[in-house]
Design a protein around this ligand. Structure first.
Ligand code: ZN
Length: 279
């Protein structure tokens, strides 16, 4: 991590004079104002650029412009405009809505799984599983794909991985449906269906890893809370438990908690971005 002080100006956060510091972290650039020992975080530089340059004393503005040009030449970072900010917000909201639907579907599946365990009607859980996969498949198109498509307009290389994960997830879920329907219609034996389910489980885990990696790449533009990473970890643990026969009842619960954390954090990220995007 490197940091450089640019010059004096008025901190947009507290209105006091201070020194503008630009920090580099994992390829992202972040603006801070330092008042002695107190640091105020302003935001990711590409997003708050206009606000920050206007806050600087006029004699230091050229120095920031020069720094940005060097950065652009080196990392391919350009100052993002309102159009890009709105694309980022749109992308985040779509992905958030997609994950929000998974929370709802998981809750539904969890309730039916519990009911079917306590009753003799085991087939209910299987039917719900197929419906769940079908709805989830549709939502992949509706939200995740839409979200990553929008983000790919901003940076194709960075967010393409999320698009890849979304397609992979679609393939995985299609096989889940085929395996379950095939078993129900006695086309597949129990062993074939189980094997297919395990393979698709692994595919789905990989697809979520790709999707999460793309979401984490947003950190360049918006500060994502720690809860987001915790949420991702919990969901991945939940999906991994799906592969272990016998303790399936725990996995939807972990996925649900993890997904709720992600929904909250992505919502907060979208609001923050909206706030800095409007000067
Ligand atoms: Zn301040």
């Amino acid at each position: 991590m490197s940091s450089r002080s640019v010059g004096y100006g008025i901190c947009p956060r507290c209105g006091n004079r201070g020194v503008l510091i630009i920090k580099e972290l994992n390829g992202g650039y972040y603006a801070y104002y330092r008042h002695g020992r107190t640091w105020h975080y302003i935001g990711p530089l590409p997003v708050v650029y206009e606000q920050v340059i206007n806050s600087l004393d006029s004699e230091y503005r050229e120095s920031l412009r020069r720094a940005i040009t060097q950065v652009s030449a080196f990392h391919g970072i350009i100052t993002i405009n309102k159009h890009v900010v709105s694309k980022l917000i749109n992308g985040i909201i779509n992905i958030r809505n997609g994950i929000l639907w998974f929370v709802i579907l998981n809750a539904l599946f969890y309730i039916t799984a519990i009911i079917s365990i306590h009753s003799e009607i085991i087939s209910i859980a299987d039917i719900v599983k197929v419906i769940n996969a079908l709805v989830s498949l549709t939502l992949t198109y509706a939200f995740l794909l839409n979200g990553f498509n929008t983000l790919s307009d901003v940076d194709n290389v960075k967010y393409g991985i999320g698009l890849g994960g979304t397609y992979l997830r679609m393939i995985g879920l299609s096989i889940v449906i085929v395996a379950n329907v095939g078993y129900a219609l006695s086309i597949f034996t129990l062993i074939t269906a189980t094997l297919l389910t395990i393979i698709t489980g692994a595919i789905i885990i990989v697809s979520w890893v790709l999707i999460y990696m793309a979401i984490l790449r947003l950190a360049k533009y918006v500060d994502l809370g720690k809860a987001l990473k915790v949420g991702m970890l919990l969901t991945l643990m939940g999906y991994s438990l799906d592969l272990v026969p016998g303790i399936n009842i725990l996995s939807p619960l972990l996925q649900m908690i993890g997904e709720i954390l992600m929904v909250i954090e992505l919502g907060t990220a979208a609001v923050k971005l909206r706030n800095v995007g409007i000067h």
